[in-house]
Design a protein around this ligand. Structure first.
Ligand code: GLA
Length: 386
């Protein structure tokens, strides 16, 4: 009994992971299955050289398609053509730059791209990941047939913990079984709330190629309404990885995408080619004032506090008692948007300093409300500090 009690109290190696939303890069949105050791290494180099590392991005995550088979003992095998020096060497290289190493697998029999999944190999894979120096596992949900989501992810967390290495667990179940209700209890550090993001602004209209639907920035944003209370240090809602810089949206729209993900306290996992960024894209991804809102230590999720047709106000409480505010204009023309202090939980009589986080400018002291001129599909993002 004493031994069992001691075991139950042993701190989990994953106890202090992701106390702020994870920041990094992932291969999927830009490269899909076209991953290789050379590409990942050059991306890690670019993360350092571009200033992304200095801005807080740390995880270098390989998504689907690095794995090809299992060997006679059931060990997962990385593609020997694309990763000729093996995963341990790649992890060592990433670590040598002061960055962290992430891989992808799937709770079912196969990954979404049809590679071997983790089902039945959870403990074996976790030990292998730990031996490679993996710091982050994105665990997908394809080919899971009748599996129970909560039990499947609890099992993988237990396997990761048993490996002895602290490994972030990214639950990629697309929100089907409401993972915000159980993700924290099973030791998930983040959980996808929706299907895969598309590099598009719009809502749930049909795409030009006739395929259906949704999953642009606005559609995903709308699905985050009401989830804010589930976010907190160590466990985050994940509205999917960033599309900033991938070419399907305007710079104004990318600025909005980034601002909204930051106010949501979403993981900031960039998904563009870091080796080849226009200055405008670089300046969006490395805006330290906006990143500071995402990374605020209180760990509150942002919420929509006002909506008048296409004009919205989003607010997030910060550790120092101030608020981050995004004024969002979803309409096709420039418009004025006003945030009233009561919407932020402040009395109307309060005087507060307003700072613009994109202009990097103090705008002065305001009482009761603040009005910003917001471009079509744009945001004004400010802090309001009593
Ligand atoms: C699913 C996930 C994506 C990506 C692909 C890889 O669609 O939701 O983020 O990992 O699988 O196949």
């Amino acid at each position: 009994m004493a031994a069992a009690g001691a075991l139950a109290q042993a701190p989990s190696p994953s106890a202090n992971l992701a106390l702020t939303p994870p920041m990094g890069w992932n291969s999927w949105n830009k490269f899909a299955c076209n991953v290789s050791e050379d590409m990942i290494k050059s991306m890690a180099d670019a993360m350092v050289k571009s200033g992304m590392k200095d801005a807080g991005y740390v995880y270098v995550n390989i998504d689907d398609c690095w794995q090809v088979s299992r060997d006679a003992n059931g060990n997962i095998v990385a593609d020997p053509q694309r990763f000729p020096r093996g995963m341990k060497a790649l992890g060592d290289y990433i670590h040598s730059l002061g960055l962290k190493f992430g891989v992808y697998s799937d709770a079912g029999s196969k990954t979404c791209a049809g590679r071997p999944g983790g089902l039945g190999h959870e403990y074996q894979d976790a030990l292998q990941y730990a031996a490679w120096g993996v710091d982050y596992l994105k665990y997908d949900w394809c080919n899971t047939t009748t599996q129970d989501a909560r039990a499947s992810y609890a099992n993988m967390r237990a396997a990761l913990d048993a490996s002895g290495r602290p490994i972030v667990l990214s639950i990629c179940e697309w929100g089907k079984a409401q993972p915000w209700l159980w993700g924290k209890q099973v030791g998930g550090n983040l959980w996808r709330t929706t299907d895969d993001i598309k590099d598009r602004w719009g809502g749930p209209e049909k795409w030009p190629d006739g395929s259906c639907c949704s999953n642009g920035v606005l559609a995903i944003l709308d699905l985050q309404v009401g989830l804010q209370s589930y976010a907190g240090p160590g466990h985050w809602n994940d509205p999917d990885m960033l599309e900033v810089g991938n070419g399907g949206m305007s710079d104004t729209e990318y600025r909005s995408h980034f601002s909204l993900w930051a106010i949501l306290a979403a993981p900031l996992i960039s998904g563009n080619d870091l080796r080849d960024m226009r200055p405008e894209i670089h300046d969006i991804l490395t805006n330290k004032e906006v990143i500071a809102i995402d990374q605020d230590a209180l760990g509150r999720g942002g919420e929509r506090v006002a909506k008048d047709g296409d004009l919205e106000v989003w607010s997030k409480q910060l550790q120092d008692g101030s608020r981050a505010v995004v004024l969002l204009n979803r309409s096709e023309k420039g418009q004025q948007i006003t945030v009233h202090w009561e919407e932020l939980g402040y009395p109307a009589s309060l005087g507060a300093s307003v700072r613009d986080l994109w202009a990097h400018k103090d705008l002065g002291k305001f009482t009761g409300k603040f009005t910003g001129a917001v471009a079509s599909h744009g945001v004004v993002m400010v802090t309001v500090k009593p």
